[in-house]
Design a protein around this ligand. Structure first.
Ligand SMILES: [Fe+2]
Ligand SMILES: [Fe+2]
Length: 205
């Protein structure tokens, strides 16, 4: 398919259709999850943030696949994007189970992340991969922090978040192995600041 059409298709699919996971979350707990109203709301806010992260992952990987001229790297980004679709589906499903909605600002998050992915891609493959490494490492740390915040009895959300954390750290390693360059510290700091704005807003909206 034409790369631009492919990108448009990905945006529409991410934002307006219900994603289908290729696999059930492998670490889903056997214990049933029962939450009171307060726990349920707290879990929903965290899972909304994680869902936004996955919307952004779709945008980033799609933009980076679009910009690279290296077919092997395009396949790498596309494969990672497919794995992220599982995360998108799991978090969306969990939000439904918690009777919560995704972020109303998802089109905005998608557009912003897509722009960043294009920018990273334009700066060359090593930078683009370096951006993936830093993003995935930051997301992995963020997911780890959610394991401390999620209600202890929310086995379902915790299993999803734990699996996603492991996958994101593997994505970081894969990008490293594919030839990523280390981003300068100020860029990493800027990315962390942008992520903070996004996670703070998505917690509520
Ligand atoms: Fe993910
Ligand atoms: Fe990832």
């Amino acid at each position: 398919m034409d790369p631009l059409l492919n990108a448009a298709n990905s945006a529409l699919r991410t934002l307006f259709s219900t994603p289908r996971a290729a696999q059930v979350c492998p670490t889903l707990a056997a214990q049933t999850t029962q939450l009171d109203a307060v726990e349920s709301r707290a879990a929903a806010s965290l899972m909304r943030v994680n869902h936004v992260g996955e919307v952004c992952a779709q945008a980033l990987y799609t933009a980076q696949a679009l910009t690279t001229r290296n077919p092997a790297l395009r396949a790498h980004f596309t494969r990672a994007c497919t794995e992220e679709t599982d995360h998108l589906a799991w978090t969306e499903q969990r939000l439904k189970e918690l009777n919560a909605r995704p972020s109303l600002l998802n089109p905005l998050w998608y557009a912003g992340a897509f722009g960043l992915g294009l920018l990273a891609g334009r700066l060359g493959d090593a930078v683009s991969l370096g951006f993936v490494v830093e993003t995935e490492v930051q997301v992995g740390a963020h997911l780890q922090s959610h394991l401390d915040k999620l209600p202890p009895g929310d086995h379902a959300s915790r299993a999803i978040v734990a699996q996603m954390r492991d996958d994101e750290l593997r994505h970081a390693q894969d990008a490293q192995d594919a030839g990523a360059m280390e981003l300068p510290q100020p860029v990493k700091d800027l990315m962390r600041a942008a992520a903070k704005v996004m996670t703070t807003v998505a917690h509520h909206i």
